[in-house]
Design a protein around this ligand. Structure first.
Ligand SMILES: Cc1cc2nc3c(=O)[nH]c(=O)nc-3n(C[C@H](O)[C@H](O)[C@H](O)COP(=O)(O)O)c2cc1C
Length: 173
């Protein structure tokens, strides 16, 4: 019988979205560790359609992004941002390629959590894809915006709750 509690399951359960951060910086090595986790996500046909743009705190592009989302306060306070985009030339299936980017995002969030960082997945910002790409000088013919992760050292823990498993089962287990 395998152990039903272990560091991976614990991290999955304990990770919460964090939107408030201290002034302490996030290092380039920490960002690299999160990107490493992201690139090991699964993808359909192993096509790895994700591309990443890491923006460190204080970069002029941070403020530009903050103005393009309702989650601007998290973007402003973040000490690193990871923009996850789809490389259109690598895509083979809209839904599956977006799912793959979602898996990469989840790895970023879990890696952040494992490093003692806090992060939040910003999805609402995709409604301003055109302006985001302008602010980042990214070619809209080459990329689709998947999501942005805002990352820092937590100054306030998240508190997201979940429905009981029984409510989610289509058929009782
Ligand atoms: C696809 C997606 C889009 C999201 N977009 C935003 C967003 O734009 N702003 C935000 O503050 N949180 C966003 N979130 C975070 C969710 O609000 C959060 O995951 C949810 O409330 C559960 O809380 P938890 O992550 O702390 O468990 C998004 C999450 C996902 C998966």
């Amino acid at each position: 019988m395998p152990e039903l509690d272990n560091p991976v399951l614990h991290a999955i359960r304990e990770r919460r979205s964090v939107r408030r951060y201290t002034e302490e910086p996030v290092s380039a090595d920490e960002v690299r560790a999160m990107l490493e986790a992201a690139r090991w996500a699964p993808s359909g046909k192993n096509n790895q359609p994700w591309r990443f743009l890491a923006i460190m705190g204080g970069d002029a592009r941070q403020q530009a992004l903050a103005e393009l989302t309702r989650s601007g306060s998290a973007v402003q306070a973040a000490k690193a941002l990871i923009v996850v985009a789809l490389d259109k030339s690598a895509m083979y299936h809209q839904i599956k390629d977006h799912q793959s980017c979602g898996a990469a995002m989840q790895n970023i969030l879990l890696a952040a959590h494992s490093l003692g960082l806090g992060a939040v997945w910003l999805g609402e910002i995709v409604s301003r894809e055109r302006q985001v790409f302008e602010a980042l000088s990214l070619d809209p013919d080459a990329y689709e915006l998947a999501a942005v992760a805002a990352i820092g050292r937590p100054s306030r823990q998240g508190s997201g709750q979940r429905k009981p498993l029984a409510d989610l089962l289509i058929e009782p287990l």
